[in-house]
Design a protein around this ligand. Structure first.
Ligand SMILES: Nc1ncnc2c1ncn2[C@@H]1O[C@H](COP(=O)(O)OP(=O)(O)OP(=O)(O)O)[C@@H](O)[C@H]1O
Length: 219
């Protein structure tokens, strides 16, 4: 039997409450792989992603990344690492960019937030913008970008920060069909290259087939 790759994201007996809803899940995403989180509207896909990012607390269970506990609740104790200490990159569905900053300033924000100097952060940001096909829009204000262009900048910003895990909540919803497959391939390449686990929320069965190594269904 081959050993599983080192690292990865583990959700073990996780329960998250939001409003009156209670969402439960257990799954593991190995380093360098993509797990698709699928299921009908309102079943808790975004809620789970938010809990991994540290935007919501757990009611029970454990979330671990590369052997580090991000959150754990037992009957006698609770651990909660704040979002900025998790090293997790999140690309939500919308309202993702700082509207008054340029595409490049947005992309450079990732590395800046993890301690890079200004010049290095801008060079890294520019490289990722180019990789996602929006290098020529570097100096355009975020609120003057189209929905699809904004999502490309948001992906660049998340990856420029060199996250230890990537969470994508319907990241291609505003992108046209050709752009979707192009961006999907770029994301796969980035995830495999960086050797990080990726959770992708998607309602698009073709996209899930193309991108995901495994599927977790919430029903
Ligand atoms: N801010 C909120 N306050 C209270 N309840 C919420 C909030 N956001 C979501 N919920 C509830 O939590 C549950 C899970 O919602 P969530 O957005 O995680 O589902 P989802 O599977 O991502 O849905 P979709 O496919 O529509 O994006 C739903 O019952 C929803 O009504």
């Amino acid at each position: 039997m081959t050993a599983p790759p080192p690292g990865g994201l583990v959700l073990d007996g996780v329960v998250v409450r939001r409003g009156t809803a209670e969402i439960a899940a257990s799954f593991a995403v190995p380093a360098g792989r993509v797990l698709a989180l699928v299921g009908p509207n309102g079943r808790g896909k975004s809620t789970l992603v938010d809990a991994i990012a540290g935007l919501l607390p757990l009611a029970a269970g454990r979330i671990e990344l590369d052997g580090t506990v991000l959150a754990r609740v037992t009957p006698s104790s609770a651990t909660f690492l704040p979002p900025q200490e998790r090293g997790v990159g999140l690309v939500p569905q919308r309202h993702v960019l700082f509207a008054h900053l340029s595409a490049l300033e947005n992309a450079a924000f990732g590395p800046r937030s993890t301690g890079a100097g200004r010049a290095v952060a801008r060079a890294t940001g520019q490289r990722w913008l180019e990789r996602f096909g929006v290098g020529d829009l570097a100096h355009r204000r975020a609120d003057r970008l189209s929905g699809g262009q904004s999502q490309r900048v948001a992906l660049a910003r998340a990856l420029a920060a060199e996250p230890r895990a990537l969470l994508l909540d319907e990241p291609f919803a505003a992108v046209d069909a050709d752009g979707r497959s192009e961006l999907g391939a770029l994301v796969r390449e980035a995830v495999a290259g960086a050797g990080i686990p990726c959770v992708l929320v998607s309602h698009d069965a073709d996209e899930v087939d193309r991108l995901a190594d495994a599927v977790h269904r919430l029903s």
